[in-house]
Ligand binder design. Structure first.
Ligand code: MTE
Length: 315
């Protein structure tokens, strides 16, 4: 990511037409799935027949009429530097990552620190489907039907102390399973953070699935963050620790390139990356670039969080 400028997408990444799931089919699938609590149109015939379906209790479409990115692209074109910097290699290299048993430690400035087994954690909250745009800082975007629960619910259970102002997230650190961690591409483990008010915002979710099924390893199984108005590098994968702090966490990307990657990382077409423009994006599966929207199209919901802030300084 740090060296790439608006990467060209080659032919192998463009999804063949026959596997296209168009919007109308998707909506029909969603309607019947509401009863079946799974995605009939997505199971079986497609390549992900071994995936585990999830029981979804609530559906919300925040992406308007935009077509979903195909499952094939979403699971085949990834950023997960713990495995490789080559997007097409991540799926194969991460296939043996052990995501069960898995525990998530919740700690720091809270009244109820705890270590959760991932399956106990998932059972605490009804699973929701949220269709969100995802815009990567590199200049490409997707539309993904995530499955997860609002982070706010978990934060309430923890009872943050009044001193807690930020939430820091950490990915698994295990070189034996994550070969990319043997190289110094980033300082490991991968760390991300949110301000507490961003973390409790209703759009912020912890995702455990996508396309109606458990998250594939390459997409951050078993638990990842999804913050749709921010660049994709905030969507930290395979989380093992959530810590509440008074100080702003120093994230992996801030350490790697402090002039290029800030703490906020809000999608903003008016604030360019020092090496490329952020005004437009290539939606995976499309040929013509489209305009990038302020806060990735979620300005109405999130702009008040940044009232009075200079977004050029707080990038
Ligand atoms: N999380 C970890 N632990 N390691 C990473 O390298 N890459 C980020 C983010 N989360 C990354 C990560 C970046 S740059 C992006 S764009 C998204 O994951 C990509 O998510 P996807 O592969 O599910 O599309």
């Amino acid at each position: 990511m740090s060296t790439e400028k608006d990467p060209e997408i080659n032919d192998t990444e463009i999804t063949p037409k026959e596997v296209y799931l168009n919007r109308r089919e998707f909506m029909a699938a969603s309607a019947s799935a509401a009863a079946a609590a799974a995605f009939p149109a997505l199971s079986g015939a497609e390549s992900h027949s071994s995936a585990i379906p999830l029981k979804i209790e609530k559906r919300a479409d925040y992406a308007g009429k935009e077509e979903l990115t195909t499952y094939k692209s979403a699971v085949g074109y990834n950023n997960f530097y713990e495995f490789s910097t080559n997007k097409e290699d991540i799926a194969a290299l991460s296939k043996d990552l052990r995501t069960r048993p898995w525990s998530v430690s919740i700690e720091g400035l809270i009244k109820k620190p705890r270590r959760y087994d991932i399956d106990d954690l998932i059972k605490l909250f009804p699973l929701e489907e949220r269709i969100y745009r995802m815009r990567c800082v590199e200049g490409w975007s997707m539309v993904i039907p995530w499955v997860g629960f609002p982070l706010d619910g978990l934060i309430r259970l923890c009872e943050p102390e009044s001193k807690a102002k930020f939430v820091e997230f950490t990915t698994l650190h295990d070189q034996s399973q994550m070969p990319g961690q043997r190289r110094d591409v980033l300082q490991w483990p991968y760390v991300e953070g949110l301000r507490l008010d961003e973390a409790v915002h209703p759009l912020t979710i912890l995702s455990v699935g996508m396309y109606g099924e458990r998250l594939p390893n390459q997409n951050g199984a078993p638990l990842r963050l999804v913050v749709p108005w921010k660049y994709g590098f905030k969507y930290i994968k395979s989380i093992v620790k959530i810590r509440f702090t008074e100080q702003m966490p120093v994230t992996s990307w801030m350490k790697a390139g402090p002039l290029e990657y800030g703490f906020y990382a809000n999608v903003n077409p008016e604030v360019d990356h020092p090496r490329w423009s952020q005004a437009k994006e290539r939606r995976i599966g499309e040929f013509i670039r489209r305009k990038t929207l302020m806060f990735n199209g979620y300005a109405e919901q999130v702009a008040p969080l940044y009232a009075g802030m200079d977004l050029r300084k707080n990038f």
